[in-house]
Design a protein around this ligand. Structure first.
Ligand code: SF4
Ligand code: SF4
Length: 390
């Protein structure tokens, strides 16, 4: 099997400096060069230049990439591992006979992109998960996500006074089923801060497709979401899932509205007042796709800090928790090992609880610490400002 060199132009830019190695969670977890950014690029280049074939070992090293993008921030050559992996997976997906990759493609194409099928599938998982223990962390699917009625999401929330502007919120696909309460809270926090809030129908943004190598489908879903989210004139598109926000940002037209998240928007534009501080020492885990993309990863931190008694730093806080979207199902063993390493860092920090703004990461932390000690930023803001969940 050959990999098309035209599709992978960045390989020659690697100068083998190794600056990416300390940033790579799979390298930390395995200690193997083949599971580092530099090793992956060297292996891929060997295949492209036809010095080697895509052996099982090479494929395994490439497939174990989390696409966390931590290496991208360290790389002096500006290599995008996200794009390299998307192209590699696009070209190898249907020819390797890899069962987990085929199952992933099937789920993405026939379940996750279809809200009713996704709902039925998640209901089945909710029923079976205590026995299957398929979800992240050391525990099964946290109890708060198991079978229970999902509140309907209003399509429009008006502020009580004069509107400072209009925003639209992404509901997403899996997030809409597991984190609908957070979407509710975000919409109400924004309306309370003076924003007119539009909430278009739920739908997939295509980020999971892109990472799985279903590049064309990833672009198609992103373009549908952009159409929905900017159907009316809006000042901002609000995305409270960093993976989705980063993907939509990459597919944004120059005349599209800017992307932000609830906490960043409130910190930037005002209108939020913390009334009390949540007790305890809180660590803030900024999701990889917020840290290593052009999304704002710093402005919202001050507003979270204003809602908690004490903020503590996580050691190596830029390291991935190992959830990484479908990775937690596709590469369960390595995902859990990286999750265990994240848990050890948390324990060293002496924190009582953690805040994380990405649904996959939050599932991981809820699995590791329990739902009362792992919260989405909008839950923290809501609790601190006296907004009750629906
Ligand atoms: S994207 Fe993450 S897991 Fe993949 S090579 Fe880069 S740092 Fe390692
Ligand atoms: S930092 Fe960039 S250039 Fe240096 S070894 Fe890693 S991928 Fe190659």
């Amino acid at each position: 099997m050959k990999i098309d060199a035209v599709m992978i132009p960045a390989l020659k830019d690697c100068v083998h400096c190794g600056l990416c190695l300390p940033e790579c969670p799979t390298y930390h977890a395995t200690g193997r060069e083949a599971e580092s950014p530099r090793g992956r690029i060297a292996a891929l280049r060997g295949v492209v230049e036809e010095r080697s074939s895509v052996s099982d070992a090479i494929h395994d090293g490439l497939e174990s990439c989390l696409v966390c993008r931590a290496c991208e921030s360290a790389c002096p050559s500006g290599i995008s591992m996200e794009n390299l992996m998307a192209r590699y997976r696009e070209q190898t997906r249907n020819v390797r006979g890899d069962f987990s990759a085929s199952l992933e493609s099937w789920l993405l194409s026939y379940v996750i992109s279809h809200p009713r099928r996704l709902n039925a599938c998640l209901n089945l998982v909710r029923i079976l998960s205590p026995g299957l223990r398929i979800f992240p962390g050391n525990e099964d699917l946290p109890a708060r996500h198991r079978l229970r009625p999902q509140p309907p999401v209003p399509q429009l929330l008006e502020p009580s006074g004069q509107a400072r502007g209009t925003v639209s919120i992404l509901r997403g696909c899996v997030a809409d089923r597991l984190f609908r309460e957070e979407t509710h809270l975000a919409a109400r926090l924004l309306a309370r801060a003076g924003w007119r809030v539009l909430v278009p129908a739920a739908g997939c943004c295509g980020a999971l497709h892109h990472h799985a190598g279903l590049v064309e489908a990833g672009q198609r879903h992103a373009s549908l979401r952009w159409k929905d989210l900017s159907a009316a004139e809006v000042d901002y598109v609000v995305v409270d899932s960093a993976g989705c926000g980063s993907h939509l940002l990459g597919q944004r037209d120059s005349d599209s509205p800017p992307i932000t998240d609830t906490v960043t928007l409130l910190a930037h534009e005002g209108g939020f007042v913390a009334k009390s501080r949540l007790p305890g020492r809180w660590a803030i885990s900024v999701p990889c796709h917020q840290q290593h993309s052009d999304l704002d990863s710093t402005t919202g931190i001050s507003i979270i800090e204003s809602c908690v008694e004490e903020r503590v730093e996580l050691p190596a806080q830029d390291h991935c928790c190992g959830a990484a979207g479908m990775y937690l199902l596709r590469r369960r063993k390595l995902s859990r090992k990286i999750g265990k390493m994240a848990h050890e860092r948390f324990e060293k920090s002496d924190a009582d609880a953690i805040v994380s703004g990405n649904p996959g990461c939050l599932l991981r932390w809820e699995g590791l610490l329990g739902s009362s000690r792992a919260k989405h930023p909008v839950q923290i803001l809501a609790q601190s400002s006296g907004l009750t969940p629906i």
